[in-house]
Each structure stands twice: as C-alpha cells, then as structure tokens.
Design a protein around this ligand. Sequence first.
Ligand code: F6R
Length: 234
Amino acid sequence: MKIIEVKDQQAGGKAGFNIFKEALADNAQVFGLATGSTPISIYQELVASDVDFSDKISINLDEYQGLAGTHDQSYRYFMNQNLFNAKPFKESYVPNGLAENIAEETARYDNIIANHPIDLQLLGLGQNGHIGFNEPGTPFDSQTHAVDLTPSTIAANARFFANENEVPRRAISMGIGSILKSKKILLVAYGENKADAVAAMIEGPVTEDMPASALQTHADVTVIVDHAAASKIK
Ligand code: F6R
C-alpha cells in the first residue's frame, strides 16, 4: 500500500483530486464512489476544477434500504448535491434503496459492475474497519448484498437524522469481493477515531474481523491519511 500523509482534510482533498486526475490521464472510464464526510473535500476539488466526467461512468458503493433517492439522507441525494449536479457523469449508478426484490437488485448491481469494471474505487473507512457497508465478519469474496447495520454504525450515522430511530436498519452494499476487483483503490481516512482501524488495515493480520485488511491483498492501493489517523501506524 502506498501511504500519503497529509496535514488535514483540505490537503487530503487536493491529494485525492490528483489521484483522480492521474486516473483520468490514464484513461479511466469507471469510477467507484463513496459517500460520508471523508470524500467531501475531494468532491469539492473536483467540482472546482475543469474535470469533465460527461463521458464517464460512476458506480456508488452503497445505499440505505427504504429511502428514495430524493430523501435528503439517501446516498443518491448526497451524490447529487456533492458531485453529480455540478459534474454529471454519462451514467451514475447507486443501488435502488426502494427495490422490492433485493435479490434482483443485488444481481442487477453485480451485473452493472461486471459490465463496467471499476478503474478507480474511492473508499472511506469505518471506525470498526468497515468499507462500504461491509461490517466485520463479511466474507472477503462477498458481492453486492443486503446488510443489517451494526448498532455502532447506526449510532455513528444518527448525527445525520432527527434521531437514531430514523436511521435505516438495512442497506445494500457492494461486497468486499466487488471492491477488490477494482483496478486501483484509494482509501481515505481522517481523525483520531480512525487511527486504530488505519493501523489494523495496514499492519494487522488479514482477517474478516477487519474488513479493510482485505486491501492488503490488492496490488494497487493508495491510502490518504491525516496525522491523527496515521498516529497508530508503527
Ligand atoms: C460510504 C461508505 C462508508 C463510509 C464510512 C466512513 O459510502 O461506504 O463505508 O465511507 O462509514 O464514513 P465517514 O467518511 O462519514 O467517516
């Protein structure tokens, strides 16, 4: 793994932006995207730039079940607000949170990924080491699947809802196997509360108890961390 340590989230946004630019120069066509607070500074850099995604494809990692794309806490809405409205892609895929038949929806999503292999996958990191909504214990060969959110993830996400009861309990997420098929992976993490997960991801044993440790098995991973998130790397 290549580690880039930066001062803060703003500097991380610039470093991440450069990796997107390099991928575009390298003819990347398909971008795997993430939501959450971490990627926002990269999206701000992309929005402020002259980058053009209008002939590119984006595929998002995950979506809550039960929320329409128009709900202001849905990941589709987040992506529209933070990137797609300013920088439209030719096609932008996000799992359908309102799909009635989840097996059909996950198969549809796997098919999309198979037909559009991801050139650059952007990831954030959960405090428990999750990537996408792949919580500890998720098999490394998992494909797109329905997920029961853990109490810690529900609590962490409650800050975006009126109260914890409104946080959806289930989501649809690309699997770890789906993520590992990407040609290049960029994982970004900021803050002291990510420091344990960052150290375990990079230096710990490769174990399904620490989903992000699966990235040690991938040939092309870049990690952007601020000093606080890097503080427990030996
Ligand atoms: C988001 C996602 C999650 C987040 C992770 C970190 O699409 O898949 O894995 O990347 O929970 O979230 P933040 O960036 O809010 O700390």
